[in-house]
Design a protein around this ligand. Structure first.
Ligand code: E4P
Length: 218
């Protein structure tokens, strides 16, 4: 399963890239609003740091506006993926982008049928929001299971990108269900490699090594 960071913060992206685990990045207007500056410049920098897909979100709600924005984003770097919100106009824009060879990520997916339509329209990726479903008392991971199995039934090429991730269990379940990608905040990525027993174990190994009085060169 690929690991994407859900952020527009360049330092977080650089750090994850140094760890060797970063496969791509998703941004959205909320994440961009946290860092500010030029969205184009941020996208160009992110696309240089990660060779994987970088989602840039359209903010128009009419088809022509989405097409204009998406075509512009696609000129910024070869790894740009245009993020389009699920809607009637969004589906039309996605199918037009597919004809033009521009990759898309259909976002704000909350039902299995939305996932089915996005794949039929030609989305490269879809983003079902598991955390926001959990927040309203639904089971976000059930949606992932349904969409993954339907895509397998019909050999859709559209990839399932689990979004709105809140904690490490979402990541384990996404991988168990065969999701293609999970995008997560930096805080969740950090939580993936941390465990108190690892910290205690390492502390003990280092203390015991020190007791031997040896140095690495001995
Ligand atoms: C990613 O593409 C989504 O925009 C993001 O995961 C939404 O997460 P949130 O529900 O935490 O805002």
């Amino acid at each position: 399963m690929k690991i994407f960071l859900d952020t527009a913060d360049i330092e977080e992206i650089r750090t994850a890239a140094r760890w060797g685990v970063l496969d791509g990045v998703t941004t959205n207007p909320t994440l961009y609003a946290k860092v500010g500056g030029s969205y184009d410049d941020i996208l160009k920098q992110v696309c240089k740091i990660t060779p994987g897909p970088v989602s840039a979100e359209c903010v128009s709600d009419d088809v022509d506006g989405m097409l204009e924005e998406g075509r512009h984003y696609a000129t910024l770097a070869p790894n740009i993926v245009v993020k389009v919100a699920m809607s009637e106009n969004g589906l039309e824009a996605i199918s037009r982008f597919a004809e033009e060879g521009i990759k898309t990520n259909c976002t704000l997916i909350f039902t299995t049928n939305q996932g089915l339509l996005a794949a039929k329209a030609g989305a490269s990726l879809i983003s079902p929001f598991v955390g926001r479903l959990d927040d309203v008392g639904e089971d976000g991971m059930e949606l992932i299971q349904e969409i993954v199995s339907i895509y397998e039934n019909y050999d859709f090429e559209t990839k399932v990108l689990v979004a709105s991730v809140r904690h490490p269990i979402h990541i384990v379940q996404s991988a168990q269900l065969g999701a293609d990608v999970a995008t997560m905040p930096f805080k969740v990525l950090e939580q993936l490699f941390k465990h108190p027993l690892t910290d205690v174990g390492l502390e003990r190994f280092l203390a015991d090594w020190k007791k031997t009085g040896k140095s690495f060169e001995d």
